[in-house]
Design a protein around this ligand. Structure first.
Ligand code: SF4
Length: 180
C-alpha cells in the first residue's frame, strides 16, 4: 500500500517491523481471521492468543528469538524470502510505519519512529499521500476492524486526525514552523 513512499528493496533490506523486543512484543500485528487461518496452515506448531473482537496474536516462544539478544522474530518472517503471507500480510504490516491510534475518542494516523526511511521524508509528502490515497482506506478499515487501533503512545507523532482538513493542517503547520 505504501509503494509511493517505500520501495520493496528498502523494506527487504530492513525488516525492522517484523522484529520485536521483550518490551514491545505486544506490538506484533493483529492477525485477522483470514491471516490466522493461513498462518495455522503455514505454521502448524505455532500457538496463538486472542486479541480483541476477532483477531489473534502469536504466542511468541524462545524458538523465535534472535540468539544473544532480547529480540524476537515474527514467526511468519522467512529471513530469506520475507513475509510468508506475501501480499496477504496483516493490514497493520501493509500500512507500517503508519499506525492507527485512538485518543480521547478520536482516531488518528501516527508514524512509528522506527522506520528510518520514512523519517527522512518531508512531513508534507507523507501527508499528501495519506490525504490523497490512504487515509480514507486506513480509517475505514480501522472502524470495521477496531482490533488494529492502538492506544496513544507519545513516541509516535500524530500525522493526521480523522476528518481533519488537510489544507488547514498544512496552514497550521506552516504557521508553527514560521514561529520556530
Ligand atoms: S506478518 Fe509478515 S510482515 Fe507482518 S510482522 Fe510478521 S513477517 Fe513481518
Amino acid at each position: 500500500m505504501l509503494t509511493k513512499l517505500l520501495s520493496r528493496a528498502e523494506c527487504a533490506a530492513c525488516k525492522e517491523c517484523c522484529v520485536f523486543s521483550l518490551y514491545d512484543i505486544w506490538e506484533q500485528p493483529a492477525l485477522s481471521p483470514e491471516n490466522y487461518q493461513k498462518a495455522r496452515l503455514l505454521l502448524p506448531d505455532a500457538e496463538f492468543i486472542h486479541k480483541g473482537q476477532e483477531s489473534f496474536l502469536f504466542r511468541i516462544r524462545e524458538t523465535n528469538s534472535i540468539p544473544h539478544s532480547d529480540l524476537f522474530l515474527c514467526p511468519l518472517l522467512d529471513t530469506e524470502k520475507g513475509c510468508l503471507l506475501g501480499t496477504e500480510k496483516p493490514f497493520e504490516c501493509r500500512i507500517y510505519p503508519f499506525q492507527v491510534t485512538e485518543l480521547n475518542g478520536r482516531l488518528a494516523i501516527t508514524l512509528s519512529p522506527l522506520c528510518e526511511v520514512m523519517l527522512q521524508k518531508p512531513v508534507g509528502t507523507l501527508l499528501e499521500v495519506l490525504k490523497t490515497e490512504l487515509a480514507e482506506k486506513i480509517f475505514s478499515y480501522a472502524e470495521q476492524h477496531p482490533d488494529i487501533i492502538r492506544s496513544y503512545d507519545d513516541r509516535n507523532p500524530v500525522l493526521l486526525w480523522k476528518s481533519q482538513n488537510f489544507e488547514n493542517y498544512l496552514e497550521e503547520l506552516n504557521h508553527v514552523e514560521s514561529k520556530l
